[in-house]
Write a protein that binds this ligand. Sequence first.
Ligand SMILES: [Zn+2]
Length: 398
Amino acid sequence: MPRVQPASGINSACSAKKPHQLAAIVRYVLISFILFIWTSVSKADWNVVICDNRRYVPIEDVATFYKMNLPVAIGERFRLAAPGRSFEGTNGGRDVYINGVKYVLCFPIVSKDGRTLISAMDVVKIIEPILRPQKIKNSGTVHTVILDAGHGGIDSGATGPFGKEKDAALDVVLRAKKLLQESGYQVRCTRLADVLIPLEKRAAFANRHAKAVFVSVHFNKSNNRGASGLETYCLAPRGVPSMDEENLSYSDYVQHPGHKHDSANIALATTVHAALVRNLGLIDRGVKRARFVVVRNTTIPAILIEGGFMSGTPDAGLVATPEYRQRIAECILDGVNRYKQAVTNQIPYQKPSAVVAATDPTSVPSLEKIAPVVGSKIGIESSVAQAQEALESSVKEN
Ligand SMILES: [Zn+2]
């Protein structure tokens, strides 16, 4: 053990020290500094486990880091929770519920040596931006909302017994435009009429706007007439399989402009999707990942919503009613408001954020309480007429 002079002596009599004493002091200070750094880093350390050449962390580390209780397991299912936040998943599964809202993970949860592991990619790209949106970098504020009505012109999108996707999407966009403008947002639309706009042009149009977010409105289709529910998509991060693919391909590693906002994308998807699930009462099919042109080519935070199935039950009947489409528009406004609040407010660490509040499981309605709504052709026709009216008055300003 080297003899160390009292600290006061280091300053006052430095020049009088012999070389070996000085070396001992320097060594002591250096060792203390290294020890300090090592202990402070190790407190926040993650126990990284490599599985299939991919980095995973134990679910206990997630619980510790986000100050949730250690996992409570029921069979293959587990749950972490703290006041205002929760995380539920299944060993071997990709579906998780964060604050009661469903997400499809980038990679399945794995079990190894008796431990439950989640991919580091999912911690960084999903859990972190959802639980701590205030830490998202480069998210800025939101002055402008770019609304994108899917399809148009010769491209009808999905068709169902009560109408076409392109008409329902345009109607929702026109309703959302009005609500957002009344709330003080600037709104720009990629289309205001029944015309076909190439997807690349939609993204390029969005990219001309700063301090903006992009919301593309679609309705779903399936050969299964029983298919029902709500989905929200944002760009799959680099190195993550798209949609329901399990295996990676070369295209999954391509860098796209939209990756600049991976964290903001999932935060925006969270707030809008939570609003949809909370207010529309359809099945929550989850926040998912894809590489649609309009989400991968946009340089502003971007999402694509699927507001129900054009042919499914009860979705098709609901989509045909102006009331349902108005509620989707209200959800877009609510989601954008909450997103803006979440990323711009400096909410203290560990306090439930606006995103968390938006996904509070207690605010998600029970599916049993939903009254079946039967739509009619008149619903969609009259709303398209309204859309045309709105189009005539708003086309000049776009
Ligand atoms: Zn579509």
